[in-house]
Ligand binder design. Structure first.
Ligand code: ARG
Length: 461
């Protein structure tokens, strides 16, 4: 072997250069370097605490590792493919800096428990950052909701006008979805927060190591109970990708709605110039690129989840090189989710304006108050199913006559059923239709005000 000295004397010839490139992960796992250094520092301190190396040796190792951190931050540490991966790159540089003692760092450790430690440290930090971004997204939803408690919006089922809603209620639905996303990440964090360091290659080690100590230095909750499980478990990564996929589902649904709302057909929102793009050929156009990109990027996160599930399903214990394939999907998912959360937060904060006059008018032009007519009769002891059928007939004749329910005269109402009185007109006015739905979790304005207060306390807890 020429450049590469890491393999033992068992090997006589160097790796085929194309295979060296194929085998290398340095191109992407360099992203883990800060965690790799932090993990190695904890390992070195543990080796000293257990007298496996001397305190002086540990100090040298730590100072060398910190120097590599500085070099990396200053852009001076750029290992190439000859290093294979970040772990070898660091060990090699460390030995250049501190001399032979650098070769002691890997005592009682393997790259298998090392890479597992790195990826968990990385994900812990990224989970926390993603949670912060979810909070910012929730704040943006809440700020819009507070402005639009009494703005009405058609509510749909099957994309058919169903019942009118408070716009705030609609936005708070997304707030609650994001709340679950936040909680799900908190739950994933618990199972990410376990240290595989000291599991060795697969079986533990002959050295008297202190795994609880290195786990504590790295702020892990505890060490893995079983060394085989510790080096081969990627459940936490799959769980993270599930949580990330659900975040993307939620962002994508909101995106789809925004794209519809911005169309001329709906015309519920105006896109502001700072968050919309033009067409290269059609000068009249203003395109909702942000929500379209978010909707489009959703697929890649689902793909990474699927890929990792498939990577894991046939793996015998313990470490197999297949596991190197976990990283790019995780990195890309983290980047995608964070950038989408941030873009949607900006869009909500400054990129859209709800067209309140148009929204309020929209709900007055349809039959989305039909349930309220049936409820009106049911409240007067007409059995609901009978009332439902009656109102169905009224809708049919009104449609034929080109009328809305509010256009029927009192005589016409009373011909339909004698229980109708003059208060039917109030009962079917859109504001009333919304405000009357004051059941727990409903869209009534009073309920929505309470829901805003609840959302605020969720955000601050
Ligand atoms: N680059 C490897 C990975 O990402 C590090 C662990 C290598 N371990 C081994 N036994 N080859 O998984």
């Amino acid at each position: 072997m020429t450049e590469k000295q890491t393999w033992s004397d068992r090997f006589e010839t160097a790796l085929n250069p194309a295979i060296a490139i194929f085998n290398a992960s340095i191109g992407f796992d360099i992203q883990l370097i800060e965690y790799d250094l932090t993990g190695s520092i904890a390992h070195a301190k543990m080796l000293a605490k257990t007298a496996i190396i001397s305190d002086a040796e540990a100090e040298l190792l730590v100072s060398g590792l910190e120097q590599i951190r500085q070099e990396y931050r200053q852009g001076k540490f750029n290992p190439g493919v000859e290093a294979e991966d970040v772990h070898f790159a660091v060990e090699k540089r460390l030995t250049e800096i501190v001399g032979d003692v650098g070769k002691k760092l890997h005592t009682a450790r393997s790259r298998n428990d090392q890479v597992g430690t790195d990826i968990r440290l990385y994900l812990k930090a990224e989970i926390e950052q993603t949670q912060e971004q979810i909070k910012a997204f929730q704040s943006a939803l809440l700020a819009q909701a507070e402005q639009h408690v009494e703005t009405l919006i058609p509510g749909y089922t099957h994309l058919q006008r169903a019942q009118p809603l408070s716009l705030a209620h609609h936005l708070l639905a997304y707030f609650q979805m994001a709340q679950r996303d936040w909680e799900r990440l908190a739950d994933v964090y618990k199972r990410t927060n376990v240290s595989p360091l000291g599991c060795g290659a697969l079986a533990g080690t002959t050295f008297p190591i202190d795994r609880a100590y290195s786990a504590k230095l790295l702020e892990f909750d505890r060490p893995y109970e079983n060394s085989l499980d510790g080096v081969s478990d990627r459940d936490f990564a799959i769980e993270f990708l599930c949580a990330a996929s659900l975040i993307m589902v939620h962002l994508s649904r909101l995106s789809e709605e925004m794209i519809l709302w911005a169309s001329q057909e709906f015309n519920f929102i105006t896109l502001k110039d700072s968050c919309a793009t033009g067409s290269s050929i059609m000068p009249q156009k203003k395109n909702p690129d942000i929500p379209e990109l978010v909707r489009g990027k959703t697929g890649r996160v689902f793909g990474h989840l699927q890929a990792l599930l498939v990577i894991m399903k046939g793996l015998p214990l313990a470490y197999n090189k297949d596991l190197q394939e976990d990283k790019e999907g995780i990195f890309d998912s983290v980047k995608t989710v964070k950038s989408c959360l941030s873009a949607m937060t900006i869009l909500l904060n400054e990129g859209i304006e709800f067209r309140t006059a148009r929204l309020n008018a929209a709900v007055a032009e349809d039959f989305s108050n039909a349930t309220d007519v049936a409820d009106y009769l049911a409240a007067k002891q007409v059995p609901f199913r009978e009332a439902y059928n009656l109102v169905g007939k009224v809708v049919k004749t009104s449609l034929a006559a080109g009328k809305l329910l509010k256009d029927l005269s009192l005589e016409e109402w009373q011909q339909i059923h004698p229980a109708f009185e003059a208060d039917i007109y109030q009962a079917i006015a859109p504001e009333r239709v919304v405000s009357a739905r004051n059941s727990y979790g409903g869209t009534g304005f009073e309920r929505v005000r309470q829901a805003i207060a609840v959302a605020k306390s969720q955000l601050n807890s």
